[in-house]
Structure formats: structure tokens, C-alpha cells
Ligand binder design. Structure first.
Ligand SMILES: [Fe+2]
Length: 308
């Protein structure tokens, strides 16, 4: 019997339902191109709605370097960005580039990309009926939340320096003969690095001319939490102390109750420097237990780098 045909919206490049991405993951391809023609009308609509409702919140809560970055990148509020367009504006400023990936990147590979001024970038976008919460990154988080920060020279240098710390960790691990001790120390160092990244690059606050402002990308891409981070009385905000940040666990499924404040991106750079010194001095070998858990792939990526 002939079936009636109806117009079905193509799957597009929607988070968790993009055949193009599933295929890349099945083939084990981490780095991919951005098949721009696959974005559906719904995908562009999701970008448009996310961008429109965030704009007034950025103006109110985001730090000035981010606002300058949004301006410099000339992002189109109407359509999902093409990474090659983004890179054309970004690269001359700091050498950074957004590089399309198929999904999860093992920790060492991710940090090593930062060291090489390339930022692994998700190309899928959340469904237009789920604009608020998504556990996994999407192109709005990565390009509207992270990439504008990469236009700032001082911030970019801090990020590169952080990438170098991953090499230091692998180098230190290479010098440990006992396998159990090697895994123990490396797990603790990765945990410390992940916590530092979380409390700065993802959820950091900065004191500036206009008062407290957001520079962390997890906040910059969240309509609800950006306001909560600055205005809510439920949030504890403290000047960052490295020893606290690397020993502090966190949960990813609710608004952060504890945030740390830096004075400037030069201050952030000096903290990354200190993190590396502490790593070399063995002060990251036994950080407090708790979240995040270090998974097998992250650990293996560092162990493999240690053998190279
Ligand atoms: Fe992120």
C-alpha cells in the first residue's frame, strides 16, 4: 500500500541525534569538518533564540574582554556560525582557532590542543525545546561561551600555559617507575587540573571596573546561571586560592554554590604558573578525594603521552 508522504524535518546536527556525528564516532574520527549544509531550520532557530536571550545578560554580567570578543568575532545572531568565518576573525588576534570535533576528547589531547592554540569545538546544537540545561557541550557553549574569550591576548596566554602543564604532568609521570604509584599520582594531578579548569575557565568570576563580572564559559553560555552567579545570595564568592580550588570537589548537575574570583587574566596566568610549580614540587600528588572522577580514557591519554 502506498504510504502518504509527509515533510519530516531532517535530523540536522542536533545534540544526541546527528547521524553525521554518530558515524564519525563509530569510525573513531576525533577531528572532523563542519558539514554546514546539514544544519536544519530548527538548529538555526535554536541558535537564534539562545543568542537573543543571552545578549542582554551578557551586557549586564559578562566581563569587558568577553564583550569585546563577541564584537570582534562578528557572530551572526541569526544563524549557527561557520567555524571558518569565526577563525578568520579569531586567528589574527591571538593565533587561536576553533577546531571541529566529533565529541569527547581525552583530557591530555584536549589540553595539548590548547597548548597549540586550537580549541576542540562541538558542532552540534541543543534541541530548540531544551535551551536551558544540557549536560554535554554544544556549539553555543563552545563558540558563544568559550571562543570570544580566546580573542583576549592575556587570557589566551593563560590557556596555552595551562596546556603546557599537561606536558609537565606527562613528563613527571614518565619518571615514576612503580606503576601503581604512577597511576595514583597522575590521577591526583589530573583531578587537580580538572578542578582548576572548572573553577576558572568554566566558572570563573573577575573583579573589574564595573564590579564583579563573569568570564567562565559555563556561566557565559547559561541564561539562568549567569544571573545567579552574580546576583544570588545563595552563592559563596571568594578570592581564588589555588590550594582551595585544587582540593574542592564540584557537581555538574546544579548551579554552582561556590565560585572563585580573579583580579585579572595576568593574575590567572600567574596561578597557572604556580600550579605547574606545585606539580613539580609534588603538591598535587595527593589532592582531596571527590569529584571529578578521572576516567580510564583520560588517564590513558596522559600515560600514553608519558611514553612518547
Ligand atoms: Fe566548556
Amino acid at each position: 500500500m502506498p504510504r502518504t508522504t509527509s515533510v519530516v524535518e531532517p535530523p540536522g546536527l542536533t545534540t544526541n541525534r546527528a547521524p553525521f556525528i554518530e558515524e564519525a564516532q563509530r569510525d573513531g574520527r576525533l577531528y572532523i569538518h563542519q558539514p554546514y549544509e546539514l544544519y536544519s531550520g530548527e538548529n538555526h532557530q535554536a541558535w537564534r533564540r539562545l543568542f537573543a536571550r543571552m545578549t542582554p545578560r551578557w551586557e549586564r554580567y559578562a566581563n569587558e574582554h568577553f564583550l569585546q570578543g563577541i564584537h570582534s568575532l562578528c557572530l551572526d545572531p541569526q544563524r549557527v556560525p561557520k567555524l571558518e568565518d569565526v577563525n578568520r576573525f579569531l586567528q589574527p588576534l591571538t593565533g587561536f582557532q576553533a577546531k571541529a570535533v566529533s565529541g569527547y576528547i581525552p583530557a591530555f589531547v584536549f589540553f595539548d590542543c590548547l597548548r597549540n592554540r586550537s580549541f576542540p569545538t562541538t558542532i552540534t546544537i541543543r534541541p530548540s525545546d531544551k535551551l536551558d540545561y544540557l549536560p554535554e557541550p554544544d556549539i553555543f557553549h563552545d563558540v558563544a561561551g568559550h571562543v570570544p574569550m580566546h580573542t583576549d591576548k592575556a587570557f589566551a596566554e593563560a590557556l596555552v600555559r595551562f596546556g603546557e602543564c599537561a606536558h609537565t604532568a606527562a613528563e613527571l609521570a614518565a619518571g615514576i617507575r612503580d606503576e601503581a604509584e604512577q597511576v595514583h599520582r597522575l590521577t591526583s594531578i589530573i583531578k587537580a587540573m580538572a578542578r582548576f579548569f572548572w573553577f576558572t575557565i568554566e566558572f570563573g568570576l573577575m573583579r573589574g571596573k564595573g564590579g564583579l563580572r563573569v568570564y567562565g564559559s559555563g556561566l557565559l553560555s547559561s541564561y539562568g546561571e549567569i544571573e545567579h552567579a552574580i546576583d544570588s545570595r545563595e552563592v559563596q564568592r571568594y578570592p581564588i586560592q589555588l590550594e582551595w580550588a585544587i582540593n574542592q570537589g564540584f557537581a555538574i548537575d546544579h548551579y554552582q554554590p561556590l565560585l572563585f574570583v580573579v583580579d585579572s587574566f595576568d593574575h590567572l596566568f600567574s596561578l597557572v604558573d604556580q600550579l605547574e610549580k606545585w606539580m613539580r614540587a609534588g603538591k598535587l600528588n595527593n589532592v582531596a578525594p571527590g569529584e571529578p572522577q578521572v576516567n580510564e580514557r583520560d588517564l590513558k591519554s596522559f600515560l600514553q603521552a608519558a611514553t612518547e
